[in-house]
Each structure stands twice: as structure tokens, then as C-alpha cells.
Write a protein that binds this ligand. Sequence first.
Ligand code: GLA
Length: 741
Amino acid sequence: MKKILVLLPLLFAAVAVEAKNYIVSTPNTSLVITADEGKPLYFRYYGTKASSDDVFSSHRSMKYQAYRSFGTRCDAPYACLVKHADGDNATNLVVRNVESREDDTTTGLVVTLEDTAHPLTVRLHYVAYKDCDVMKFHADYVNNGKKPVVLQKYMSAVLPVKSQECWLLHLNGDHGNECNENIEPLGEGIKIISSRDGGRNSVGSNAAFMLGTDGKIEETEGNVIGGVLSWTGNTYIEFINTRQNGDPILILAGINPEASDYTLDGGKTLETPEMVFSYSTSGKGQVSRNLHYWARHHHVLDGTSMRHVLLNSWEGVHFDVSQEGMNEMMKDFSALGGEMFVMDDGWFGGKYPRNDGTTSLGDWCVAKDKLPEGVDGLIRFATDKNLKFGIWIEPEMVNTKSELYEKHPDWVLRHESFDPTYGRGKTQLLLDLTNPKVQDFVFGVVDNLMKSYPEIAYIKWDHNMSMLNASSLYLPKSKQSNLYVDYHLALKSILERVRAAYPDLIIQLCSAGGFRLNYGYMPYFQEVWTSDQTDALHRLYIQWGALDFYPSNILAAHVCSPRNKYTQREIPVKFRFDVASMCRLGMEMVPAQLTDAEKAYATRAIAEYKRLRGTIQQGDLYKLVSPYEGNRDYASLMYVDGDKSHAVLFAYRTILFRHMPDKIIKLQGLDPERKYLIREVCPEVEGKPLPIDGKVVSGRFLMEEGIVLKDLNKAYSRTQPFNDIREMNDYKSFVLELIAQ
Ligand code: GLA
């Protein structure tokens, strides 16, 4: 329940008496602004929790305009640019009002700014969580006039930062190569992290960053600000480090303004997306943990529920779906201890059967020739095998070879006067979600499936095409440049309908792998397909990067076939399981391809994952050895329960060199005063655990002196039996469980 409190300015003794300073705080951080009626809003401070004296004596304190509009000091970076109804493009925003707000989990301020020249209001929201060091900023634009105005830049957040030496961490990548962690000095000039795909906003860059405000970003020390933009459409985060006029470094974040002039009708409001910040004085690891906690407890749908171990059919059979094939996978996966089966692409199509990427999207009816007993038959079989059942859809899309397109050629995004550019299969197009009839159709895809097969427990919602044709046949000409925003407002309303009707349905968000990894989606989805890259070695780097900002329980990670389809690498089953078990474990192969020894291993690994998933999915993450650093030869991380009674540690050697030095792994997050029993989880050969297995060691010792897993850098000799799971020398991994005594 939101309550609006009376205006409560905190008058700090240390500043001029007429200045009204407002502070919002999380348990360990504070934000201070100065708001005087009729004057611009000023940003004063964001950092470690502060009293009034602290703030104004801090080297980080400043008086910098908190949300500048184009029109007053036109050479300076601005957050707001509006073309008013009379054509004027100058805006002068001044403070009219400040409200304090509070609900069960947050406190905050809403600052109302008004343009002194035109009927425009901008409301800035500053929200602080009570139980974690996370704040959220966003802005509402209200057109109080009768005629439309055009918003040309309408940022969610402005964060000025004072820093002598600033470093930036950001994630970059491509299909099958998402979330590469980059850490670099933030040099002078302007750096922009943005997306302009239209439909998928993690193509290339992820809308997330960390900023080391006092030098290089370290895992366990130093002052670090983290930021993630929670938006489903095109994103924009700009770092302005020009030091012009001695200005601080400025972070502007919000909807990407490129080709997105937004016509806002008279009397209407546009809420910009939330920009989420976290601050820590003890390194990037704490920023990650803050964001993970916030995500699980306040943002992601069902963020604290346990995730199932599932088998997805895609890499096993691709489009070659058949009843026998699905049944065989279900039978074998059930025997391994799996909990859910997901039938991927290839199950649907009427007049046009879906045998490759060229046809059928839009025709969401069962291909009877492939599945004579239909989805019912598969669900019966799954239930009999004690598995839940899930199914793949790509509901925002159509192929031109489909009955849907034949009926509604005007439902697609395209320009009316020239040929569209096609996506996958050279026939794929995006549906125009701004059209209410299309919205009903897309909602109906889920609704019809769920009405026909109420036992469906899981849907994989895919989105495999860029918005190559950003023109709408539905929107009027004057609002074509609203499309990049309106598409996503429409998607949000569809997702809200889906969630109102089916609150418990698990829905995985997929977009050619991880192209939609963004918190904007997560109030509607429980998890994300992290990447189509399932090669465990490459996946380790992708998951490592994603974990900087996103918690393990939303990152789906599947064990691939013995030979990976992208890299053609064969990686031992233990390494594959140990990488996938770091997040939400699943499999993506035909289990019958496994040898008996591998099946036995998989059975043990799944059972152990189920036993340990409380800690892996909900524990605090501590990164111990980064695969991006040094010789990139080792990686290690651990999850620790909130009460520090239980932890799970993963350690990987990614490459073998002769005479590799022993790797010392210093643990983190344990209770220094307690002793921990160490157990190896799922040793390679049953009954032959590491020498460290069974030892009881104090938390202090494990954190200060660390452990050396000598076997991590051992090479196996060819005298090992052929087909032994240890035969591949480049890959070696261990999982340890630590149980407080
Ligand atoms: C995308 C997804 C895959 C799979 C295919 C199906 O590429 O990322 O996991 O679902 O689509 O066509």
C-alpha cells in the first residue's frame, strides 16, 4: 500500500537556511537533493549512508542540476528535450512540489517539476528500498496542454558522479556470445551503451554497468556504483566525462531517443522506465549481491521460488519433433531424475508444417502428422513419467508462409509502400503489437493453449527477429516514431493480461538465446534462456558476465549433447554439469546419446543439484577467481546461505598447461567464527572424492588462507580407461559443499 506523507524537508544545519535538502536512504546508502520552489532541482550526493554533516563535507557532494532540460544552459548535457505544441523547443523546469512516499518495502520522493513556459510537468521519482541497498529513479512526462507535444529526449535518470579516476564495467556480445565482461578505464569523452534492435535490447550491449568511482573495479573492495535499466525496448546509458566547467561525470539513462520522437497527446502521461542503482564501498561483488537480492525479493516474478530441472528438446532434435522422439526423451529424462520436459520449436502448423524456420509462425495448432495424439498425448505421457510439461511459442511473430499472414497481411510491421526486410527463414516478420486486434491475438496464443491444455506448466516465449521494419500500418503517420516505445507498452499490457489470467504459469523469456536479458521483462517472466551457446567452456564466461547483474535462479543453463553444435567441442559430462549447475540447471540433448557411465553421472548430478538448489538459486553469490582475469585458466565462485550455515563452491580449470601453478582459492562470505565440514559433490568417479573431502576447517582459515585443489591442475594419463569421464584433459572442475558445524 502506497502512502503519501506530508512534505518533510530535512533542513541540514550545515547548509544555507533557505535550501531545502531531502534525503532518501537504504540501509547503507543515501541520496540527497535540494529542492526549492521555483528553482531548478539540484543533485547533491549519492553514496555511503550519510548524515547532513557527512554529506556536505564529502568530496562527493556537489550542487549540480539534477534534471536539466534543453533551453536554459543549452551547451550542457540535458535529460529532457521537448518540441512543444507551438514548435518551441526550449523548456525551463523548476520545482513545484516535493512529496515523500512510503510503502512496506520502500521510501521515496516524488519531485514535481513544471515548465515555466509551457503546460508540461515532469515528475521525478526517487525510490529507496528498506531492506537492500538499491534505489530506483524514473520520470513521468505529463502533457497538461490540449495539443500534442513531441518528446525528443526523455531520460529516466540522471546521476552525476564525482571521481578522480573512474572505471567502467559493461557487458557486450552477440548471438551465442552474450555478456562478455569488459572492464576498462572510463576515459575522457562520451561513452554510450545503447540498443536499437527495436524488439530485443540485449543484442550487443546489455543495459547495465558498474562504475568504479575511485579506480579499477575490484570484486571485494573499492567504491562501486551499479546500474541497470529496466525496460523492454531500446535502451540508452550515456557516460559524459568531459569535465566541462569542472562538471562531474554524468550518467544519463533511459529510453534510447534515436528515431523515438514520442508524440504525447494533450492530457496524457508517459511513464519512463525505471533505472535501478546500487552502491557499495566493498567492491563489485556487493553490488551484484544487492541487485540479486532486490531482483529475487522485489522484482522478478516468483523470484524466491525453486526452479525445476528440465529437459528442452531443441538441441536434441531441432525441428524433427515426433511423438516417439518426445516420449523417448521424457522417459529417459525421468529416469535421470528430471522434473519437467519442454517441447521446443517444430510442434505446430496446419496448412504449412513447421519443419524449418521458413513457415508456420502464427499458426499455433498441433501438427497432427508429427504428434498423432496431440499435446494431450504428450502431457499424459509426461504425467505418467512424473514430469511437468512445457511448450515453445514465438507469439509476436508470423511467417509469410502461414495461414495467419494469409488472413491478416496488414498485421505485420512494415512500411506501406516498399517491401519489408525479412528475418529468419527469409519469411519472418514481426506482428504489429500497437494494433489492439493483434494484442488480442497474441494474448490468445497463450490463452488458447492454456484453455486447451490446462496442465501446461511452462511456456518458452521466444522472439527471434530484430524489428527490421520499424513502421506500423496501424499507427497514424504523425505517430510512426512512437513505435519503438508503443510496441513495448503494448507488449507490457499483453503480458499483464497473461499474468492476470495465468499467474502460476512458468514462462521463460528467450530471444535467440539471451537477446532479451533485461529486468524490464522480469515482472512477467520467471527466467531467461541465457544464451544459445551451450558449449560449457564458452557458457562459463557468458554466465559469469550475466551474474554480475542477474541472479542465478533466472539464468537457465543447460547441459548440451556430448558434441556441441556450435563449437563441435566434446567436453566431459562432469564439466558440462558443473557449469550448468551454477545457475538454473537443465539439459538440452537426447539423453539416449549418453553412455551408461554418463547417465549414472547425470543421475547423481541432478539429485545433488536438487538437494543443493536452495543455496545455488537463493544464496549470496561470491566470485572468487574470475575467468576473465590473469591467464583465463581458472574460475571459481560460491553461493552462501543468508545465515552462513551452508555454501556451495564451484571451481573450474578452463585450460591445461604443463606445470600450471597451484591455484589458491580464497573463500568469501563464510562466518569466520564457525567451522565448516567440506564435502565434494559428485566426484568424477563415485566413491573417490578429493583429499579435502571430509575435512573440517574454520571459516576464518578458508577466507584468509584459502584452499588449493591440487587435482584441479592435474593432467590425466592415457592409462585411464577409455571412455572414462576424466579423459578430456582441458576441462576439470570440482564442486564442494560446506556445512557449518
Ligand atoms: C531460438 C532459441 C532456441 C530455440 C530456437 C527454436 O534460437 O534461442 O533455444 O528455441 O529459437 O527455433
